[in-house]
Design a protein around this ligand. Sequence first.
Ligand SMILES: NCc1cccc(Nc2n[nH]c3ncnc(Nc4cccc(O)c4)c23)c1
Length: 229
Amino acid sequence: ILGGYEAKPHLRPYMASLQLDGQHVCGGFLIAEQWVLSAAHCTEEMDGRVFQVLLGAHSLREPEPHKRLYRVRAQIPHPGSNIHNNKDDLLLLQLEEKAELNAHVRVLPWQREDRDVAADTVCEVAGWGTISHSGRRPDKLYQVERPVISRDVCNHRTRHDGTITEKMMCTDSRKKDTCKGDSGGPLVCSGVAEGVVTAGSRVCGNYKKPAIYTRIAPYAAWIDGVMAS
Ligand SMILES: NCc1cccc(Nc2n[nH]c3ncnc(Nc4cccc(O)c4)c23)c1
């Protein structure tokens, strides 16, 4: 998260850190007791390893009472996701067991109504992604508030030039933005997850490349289907 600030501990009890060999790789969030939603692109550097999912954390390193690392039983990328574009960039992770829910570990409601969030709506995004252009990685969860920008503005020739589909949304990226390691985290508007961070052009903090999110509502049937299977 660039241009943000340290989150108040445990006010985002749905946040997940997807880890490989004890290292934070991507964000994610709890959508059901045994299911975490993240981004398919996060599986690109896995080389056959499987994620572990850290729940209940504020600090990645320090011991905390409700922090717990869960093994992953299954990782299901959306069938339409691929490494060449941002389409269908969603990943469902089934935990080995149901997460133990408490004040620090809670499910986040997600939007099922497929309707665009109005431009200028201020939403919030959090993550353990890099907090500087030099790539400094935080130990604590950071967050930032960002206004939604319309798909037309985001698709302008000088921005993402027509690549933003109706299953994506954008927020302004001037100075305050998502960055490396924030992928997979939720864009939360009025307490409801509306989108999942996708890296897009991978640029951070440049107003010419607004942040891109996979909208969740268009994928409700897929999410429900996988969780029911
Ligand atoms: N703001 C959109 C967004 C959301 C999520 C991730 C991303 N970026 C990245 N995702 N993956 C990456 N691998 C290497 N470098 C990356 N960006 C980077 C790193 C240091 C300085 C800088 O200016 C940009 C990214 C970008």
